[in-house]
Design a protein around this ligand. Sequence first.
Ligand code: SF4
Length: 346
Amino acid sequence: MRIIARSAAKTQSNWHEILANSIRSGQQLLQQLQLSNHPELASQAAENDFPVLVPRPWLELMKPADPLDPLLLQVLPQAAETLSQPGYVSDPLGEIATNVQPGIIHKYQGRLLLIAATGCAVNCRYCFRRHFDYADNRLSRQQWQQSLDYVRNNPEISEVILSGGDPLMLKDVHLAELVSAIEAIPHVKRLRIHSRLPVVIPARITESLTAMLASSRLDCVLVLHINHPQEISAELQGGVTLLKQHGITLLNQSVLLKGINDQADILVGLSEKLFQIGILPYYLHLLDKVAGAQHFDMPLQQAQALYQQLHARLPGYLLPRLAQEESGMTGKTLIPLEANQGNDSF
Ligand code: SF4
């Protein structure tokens, strides 16, 4: 079964086709991983609340017959998601209050999020936007004008962050149209794209995407979302090399997830592998306390103890900043080391 799936993924070069051929149910996921004799691992109730979506190139990076595989656990709908727990809410970052108009989240000074697409290529079970009201933020290309007007009318905005969903869900031609409209706003200097798509479908890094970003007058930063070294494939490395050759700045943010990347060896390995392929570690986020994701959360003290180990083992340029995004704050909260506060890594 796995061999068939592997060859199917390899013969498809078009990322749209690969996406269309994704896994869309927990039981299908278990079957593909030779775990169909454990149907109880996938919860239909959790899946009803937040659908399953797993592209096959990412499935191919999972270990067959391993129910604890760190990639599988990020996408498998589990019964624990259906248990409510105080403190875990539908809008953990207070985005409703900063969703100043459809398609725009304006929270921080000098930069804003423009919701360019409302879907993703993978549904991560811990997603802080798993309950986000995408219906109210789904703009047609004609309606982008409203978002662009907002940017135009706020001259302090020097950076536009394309977010979603995943902004790379846009076809290259539509993305180019949007980027060109942003370029026409003189006070915007930088374009940041937050995306997980190239990680789960490396074929998304197309020549046309790369060329478009490289030719922009804006300084372009692509922030990828990789949580575990096992997510870094040879195909992703090839795409990253192409982006680097075209001068695109590449950063990574991870989410600290219990049972997935909560070991120093894993996070040290991730930073080293990222650097090896040309990506700098940027943030290690504490879990956003979104309802349904409480089983991924780590107590703050444990997170700090883990971070101390990273601090001791990694040079400063490979140490992501441990941070938390909190509702109502005007920036991310950087989490200090439990002890030795203020020491730098060298
Ligand atoms: S790719 Fe990002 S926005 Fe999409 S489900 Fe995963 S964490 Fe959420």
